[in-house]
Design a protein around this ligand. Structure first.
Ligand SMILES: [Ca+2]
Length: 406
């Protein structure tokens, strides 16, 4: 069997990063957050289902540094738009040239902990309408929420930045904002929103995580919106009086990997657990994914969150990661540069510092999971218009990396 072939640069950095990871206490994000045990950082490659694949891969660092890059999307001309969590939008021209000047027209964001400027997504009909979509945290440490905005991009600057949606609960702290955007075939969009944060954070007299089971709250949900932020009339809870009509699925903790398969239209998501219990789910409308009623994860302090792992009427995850990989960024590959990988999933891992290549059978059951070591915290994984796989790493001097056949 062949091992993955790494470029010498990445290999050298990887060795250093693995040492550093031992000192990383947080799988998700901030130094101020309790979001993770130190031992989770030591969990690389411990998945017993992992196999070394007979494929070789070349990793090329295209751009460095980017400051905590979070999301990326290509424009029709091949330009890549990348968000940096502190609140900047950067342009990378085809070939890897980073424009030194951030794009103007982005408002201040609440950049703290896990929050800031997060995902970016280009409207499926961008060539006609020039709309680009963003998710971001807005407010202050005492009162904040995730927003969705869209703006016009003329190839140079963003204009007409308009907030088209805002989470209907205001929370404290800097945890669990979500938030990914992915488009369904009908040009509506799915957006993931986190549960609001870890204990002891409360809302409405109980732990805020219980918002994930409340159908009138946007926290802990996947939402479906029209491209102008309005709510589609055929959403699953549109006629449920006690529910917010934007809700698509619920019972989620914090989804930072979300993608609609462009071939099948099926939505998939990776979700952070607390201590262990990260999940891969196939996300379907109207379904309950269990958090925090059923979970494989435990409190960071070690205690049980729930004694139940499964319950009728709640959807079991297809993959459970314990110890946590801290998943962020999810790709369903449908390109032609890796023909054997069409329909496979690629899940980034912040703590695992790799991309998990997950192969499915015809029934969407997982048949293999293979880590592709990256050596830095992986924030996002996408397929480029050239059919290659692109990765953003979540570091103060983060990278854009391209994976290609070796
Ligand atoms: Ca679940």
């Amino acid at each position: 069997m062949l091992r993955y072939r790494l470029s010498s640069i990445v290999g050298a950095v990887m060795a250093g990063a693995m040492v550093l990871s031992c000192a990383t206490s947080n799988p998700e994000q901030s130094a101020t957050s309790p979001d993770a045990p130190a031992e989770a950082a030591l969990s690389n490659n411990s998945d017993p289902s992992s196999q070394v694949q007979a494929e070789s891969l070349q990793q090329t660092i295209l751009v460095e540094p980017l400051e905590h890059p979070w999301g990326m999307a290509w424009l029709p001309d091949g330009t890549l738009m990348v968000t940096e969590r502190p609140g900047r939008v950067r342009l990378i021209k085809a070939g890897g040239f980073l424009d030194p000047t951030p794009v103007s027209g982005v408002p201040d964001v609440f950049a703290a902990g896990q929050g800031g400027l997060m995902d970016v997504s280009v409207h499926p009909q961008f060539a006609e309408n020039q709309w680009v979509y963003f998710t971001y945290a807005a407010g202050s440490s005492g009162a904040n929420q995730t927003r969705v905005a869209r703006a016009q991009f003329d190839g140079d600057t963003l204009s007409d930045w308009t907030v088209i949606f805002e989470v209907n609960r205001t929370k404290q702290g800097s945890q669990h904002f979500g938030s990914r955007i992915s488009w369904l075939p009908d040009n509506t969009m799915l957006i993931s929103i986190g549960d609001g944060g870890n204990p002891p954070l409360q809302l409405e007299g109980e732990l805020i995580r219980h918002q994930a089971q409340k159908l009138d709250s946007h926290l802990g949900k996947v939402l479906r919106l029209n491209d102008d932020g309005s709510v589609p009339e055929d959403n699953p809870f549109a006629n449920t009086p006690e529910a917010d009509p934007a809700v698509w699925s619920y019972g989620h903790r914090n989804i930072q990997g979300l993608m609609v398969d462009p071939i099948t239209g099926q939505a998939w998501a990776t979700e952070h657990g607390s201590r262990g219990g990260d999940e891969l789910n196939r996300v379907d409308p109207g379904e309950n994914y269990g958090w925090p009623v059923v979970t494989h994860s435990r409190e960071y302090t070690g205690g049980e969150i729930s004694s139940e792992r499964s319950r009728p009427g709640m959807i079991d995850p297809l993959v459970v990661w314990t110890p946590a990989i801290a998943p962020s960024g999810l790709l369903i590959y449908q390109g032609d540069r890796f023909p054997d990988w069409q329909g496979d999933l690629f899940a980034g891992g912040l703590v695992s510092q790799d991309v998990r290549h997950i192969a499915l059978d015809d029934l969407d059951m997982v048949v293999s999971e293979t880590p592709i070591p990256i050596g830095q915290r992986v924030r996002d994984v996408r397929q480029g218009p050239d059919g290659l796989i692109y990765i953003l790493t979540d570091e103060p001097n983060g990278r854009l990396i391209r994976l290609e056949p070796g």
